[in-house]
Design a protein around this ligand. Sequence first.
Ligand code: GDP
Ligand code: IMO
Ligand code: MG
Length: 422
Amino acid sequence: MVDLLLGLQWGDEGKGKIVDVLTKNYDIIARFQGGPNAGHTLIFDGNKHVLHTIPSGIFHKDTVNVVGNGVVIDPVIFKKELDNLSTYNINFKTNLLISRKAHVILPTHRLLDAASETAKGKAKIGSTLKGIGPTYMDKTGRNGFRIGDFELKDWKKRYNALTQKHLKMLSHYEVKMEFNLEELEVDFFKGVERLKELTFIDSEEYLNQAMKNGKSILAEGAQGSLLDVDFGTYPFVTSSTTTAAGACTGLGIAPNKIGKVVGIFKAYVTRVGSGPFPTELFDVDGETMARVGHEFGATTGRPRRCGWLDLVALKYTVEINGVTELSMMKGDVLSGFDTLKIATTYNYQGEKISHFPYNIEPENVSVNYETVKGWQADVTGARSIDDIPQNLKDYVKIIENFVGVPVKIISVGPDRKQTVFV
Ligand code: GDP
Ligand code: IMO
Ligand code: MG
């Protein structure tokens, strides 16, 4: 069976931490979509690591980590990630397997991402500028360059043809980008050489065989459901399927092989980049969340926008993913608030609604809140449910009752150890 772990908000829910915590229960951890737009933070033994493409099971020596076909890989960033792990004595040849069908982010994909964002001006997506959109466009447009292509004798010819095409596309933008492609290519080709030292596999075959042999797999999502290309706040989304269905297409796993679906959310909400955010705060409460929660992007360093927990949105993402259990993150960040607000319905075009509608732009949506009591105690030292204050337990109960799924983990700090199993 394959269990899934997915972000239910706009990303950065704490997926890296929880995958790392759960890895001991699995033989294989597999990423199925996204790419270096992701930044998954793991903290243990006083060290902090941010992974972008490499699955979060990499620190466990008996775990195989698979980068699935649905992922897009930038060799430059991948090499940096490997270099950052060089002191850990990890056997990458055996513990990190890459799908031949994963698509490659070329230097010109990054340039196209930047050109597109510049051309959009105020309407920009606020992308991470990692080339994600253009690479997935080439994939679905049937022009993409795949990892398996590196095994072909004439791969440089293919690389050059696609790069030339991108250069033509870049020349159509009004604002001309300044770049030195040769310089970018030096790093790219170094990255490719490093990548070629790793093991490329037909990952769908590998994973299905593993399941037949009784191995357990955890699929690690990137981004969050509200950034899903279909179900997110389009067009302010990423370019992949971040919801449960993405694990099927991104790994070659059939729907009837999916077991648990662990949905992960913050006790409040954050968003980085542009796009609507109904419960966003512009006051001291939002500032407190950002300060106490250190809300800065793990990939771009940009400040994250903060707001109250939105149960309308959470119920929606629980539903479209078939979430079977929840992990609530950053409970510790809300310690000290006298009261907390929780969004329970929206006013949408003059009507009170409880579902997540087509358009959540501020001109269409305002929010109705329930106010609940906060908790004052510092919970960062909590290790069992008995250490959790009653008002925090009540907060969790409200969420469980609203979305109809149990919370199995309450996270009370960034460290591996700061995890309470309910
Ligand atoms: P991911 O992209 O979902 O893996 O999440 P990120 O790593 O981008 O962002 C989550 C941030 O919150 C990281 O800095 C984590 O170290 C931190 N974090 C995770 N869980 C907790 C928690 O329970 N409490 C606090 N205070 N920080 C947490
Ligand atoms: P993890 O896996 C938070 C956001 C960007 C932007 C939009 C599109 O760490 O949770 P893209 O570069 O994908 O074209 O950007 O999506 N975004 C994320 N926000 N966490 C992420 O990943 C994100 N990956 C992309 O900020 O708004
Ligand atoms: Mg992140």
